[in-house]
Design a protein around this ligand. Structure first.
Ligand code: SAM
Length: 245
């Protein structure tokens, strides 16, 4: 059984998720004490997808997040580069595509909204992935990222970083098909940027109206952003503003 390193080599990351795919959903619910359902519920509400919209759920794994978005009536596709994870969610009635987040097999401006839950932390290059997400999103389209983050209350942050994260690999020994992968999970969580820093990376990648909300005291954060619409050419804007006779 394998785990990836913190350099997040794509091949190692994909192999690691292939190794945890069996029983991933159950392990996830145990590890999060069932909070994963609430976080997904919040992600769906913030994304606010509507019927007739196209939504890309990136790093969708077993598509557990994708079916949540599809409940809104939007057309939602699950994309992930771990074929094992996608196969584990084969019973979920949403289209699935094997794809690398850093080189998406979709045309520019294809989706009304793009979202990623607990996936972006594993990408080899965060800013490149955010730019790629912007490329496939229509101008004015939305992005929602649900990811682990930094608890806001200092005493809890101390306990969380010092003790709780270290418990994860121990719990995984009882519930996961690849317990060694959960030491990667704990390390990648401890070294992931906090809310503000991720917000800055999102802006740096070209998104606008960046905002975030803390869930469960900041253990998880939802970041939301919009792809800018092209600015009107000054001449065209002036013409449009001219009164007609
Ligand atoms: C922790 S799982 C999250 C799955 C799902 N979104 C959820 O909320 O349960 C992270 C997923 O990210 C995927 N992933 C990591 N890096 C990726 C990349 N570069 N391209 C596509 N998928 C990636 C992994 O294969 C894995 O399925």
């Amino acid at each position: 059984m394998s785990r990836a390193g913190l350099d997040k080599n794509p091949r190692e990351v994909a192999e690691m998720f292939d190794g945890v795919a069996k029983g991933y959903d159950r392990t996830n619910s145990v590890m999060t004490l069932g909070f994963d359902r609430r976080w997904r519920d919040w992600s769906r509400r913030v994304l606010d997808a509507r019927p007739n919209e196209k939504v890309l759920d990136l790093a969708a794994g077993t598509a557990v997040s994708t079916v949540e978005y599809a409940a809104s009536g939007a057309w939602c596709v699950a994309a992930d580069f771990s074929v094992g994870m996608l196969a584990s969610g084969a019973h979920r009635p949403v289209p699935k595509v094997a794809a690398d987040a850093l080189r998406l097999p979709f045309k520019d401006n294809s989706f009304d909204a793009v979202t990623v839950s607990f996936g972006i932390r594993n990408f080899n290059d965060t800013v490149v992935a955010l730019q790629e997400m912007a490329r496939v999103t229509k101008p004015g389209g939305r992005m929602v990222i649900c990811e682990v983050s930094t608890p806001v209350w200092k005493p809890f942050r101390f306990v969380y970083m010092r003790y709780l994260l270290k418990l994860l690999p121990l719990i995984a020994k009882f519930v996961s098909s690849n317990p060694v992968a959960y030491s990667y999970l704990a390390e990648s969580m401890a070294t992931w940027p906090d809310q503000r820093t991720l917000g800055e990376l999102i802006s740096q990648a070209g998104w606008e109206d960046v905002a975030w909300f803390n869930l469960t005291g900041g253990m998880v954060a939802l970041h939301r952003a919009t792809k800018p619409k092209p600015k009107a050419e000054p001449e065209a804007a002036a013409e449009a503003a001219e009164p007609t006779a």
